[in-house]
Design a protein around this ligand. Structure first.
Ligand code: C5P
Length: 309
């Protein structure tokens, strides 16, 4: 086999319920993940040694300078895990083409790790009865990060624990989104830490989160308006504290007719829900004109997880 390319989607959290901090430093979550049609592509090709290159995907304007290319790159770590499990040398060149914003709250790094797992498994274990099963890849994915298993699975799914224990959600129809990216990312640990600080200052440690019934009903019926009203992100106050300019971005989207608006994950990307494709096109153009974001991108969801192309 010469090379394997895998396409992998970004995510937005339709609900991000954050519980109190645990002894291991993580937070118990209820996360409703939704995969959207904004894709990174990872190509794995045989090479003398493990190498990573990162570039912006054609027609995308993602700033990739912040992405590490050494052993601390999450995709490189994924390749090392697969090689160790299969007992082969990690002699692979990983070429990552990014359209998912870096440190944007859309799980771009996790997506690349999931894509690298699938690409390397296929490159080194190309049999009808592969040694690494889908469940094995999911286990490796959860070792790599809380959002990596969902990038394998895709669709719309409820995540509990750190977010890594997934159950597909009953969801109907297609939802149309507009994403406003920001200049510069936000560090996920910093946003969680700010969330803890805000709660401590309010003497509210955070309670064990529950799945939103309204959100589940909106998904099951495919009702965009109800979905927009049910979107909720417990990390949003922390992201707004760290990046106050996002208030203006969210307000602009709401004023311009978005039927739902929230910070995506730990931010700083903001997600706006539109009623249909045409509405998304209008909203995207209007948001672009409002000058409240670095770039405006449209996407729809749900879409499948990491897929060999
Ligand atoms: O799992 P992952 O490495 O992607 O998480 C990045 C950081 O996000 C963690 O180091 C932690 O600070 C925070 N986090 C958390 N609770 C979770 C998931 C992530 O506090 N459930």
């Amino acid at each position: 086999m010469t090379a394997v390319s895998v396409r992998v989607p970004a995510k937005v959290n339709l609900q991000l319920g954050v519980g109190p901090i645990r002894d291991d430093g993580y937070h118990d979550l209820v996360s409703v993940f939704h995969a959207v049609s904004l894709f990174d592509e990872v190509t794995a090709a045989p090479a003398g040694r493990l190498e990573v290159t990162v570039e912006s995907a054609p027609y995308s304007r993602v700033a990739v300078d912040g992405v590490p290319t050494g052993a601390d790159n999450l995709a490189a770590r994924a390749a090392l895990l697969v090689a160790a499990r299969l007992g082969v040398e990690p002699a692979v060149a990983l070429r990552i083409r990014k359209a998912i914003p870096v440190a944007g709250g859309m799980a771009g790094g996790s997506a690349d790790a999931a894509a690298a797992l699938v690409a390397c498994a296929r490159l080194w274990d190309d049999r009808d009865d592969p040694a690494l099963t889908r469940d094995d890849l999911l286990d490796l994915a959860s070792d790599l990060g809380s959002d990596v298993p969902f990038a394998l699975l895709g669709g719309t799914a409820i995540g509990v624990g750190r977010g890594e224990r997934l159950t597909p959600a009953l969801a109907r129809g297609v939802f149309h989104w507009v994403f406003a990216t920001a200049d510069g990312g936000l560090s996920t640990p910093a946003v969680y830490a700010e969330c803890d600080r805000i709660r401590a200052a309010d003497s509210r440690p955070g309670t064990r989160p529950q799945v939103s019934e309204d959100l589940m009903a909106a998904l099951a019926t495919g009702d965009a308006k109800n979905l927009g009203a049910a979107l909720v992100n417990d990390l949003q106050p922390a992201a707004l504290k760290l990046r106050p300019s996002l208030r203006r971005t969210l307000a602009a989207g709401r004023d311009l007719g978005a039927i739902g608006a929230l910070v995506s994950g730990s931010g700083p990307t903001c997600a706006f829900l539109a009623s249909n494709d045409e509405h998304a096109a209008e909203l995207a153009a209007d948001l672009d004109g409002a000058g409240v974001a670095e770039t405006i991108v449209r996407a729809s969801g749900p879409v499948p997880g990491a897929t060999v192309v």
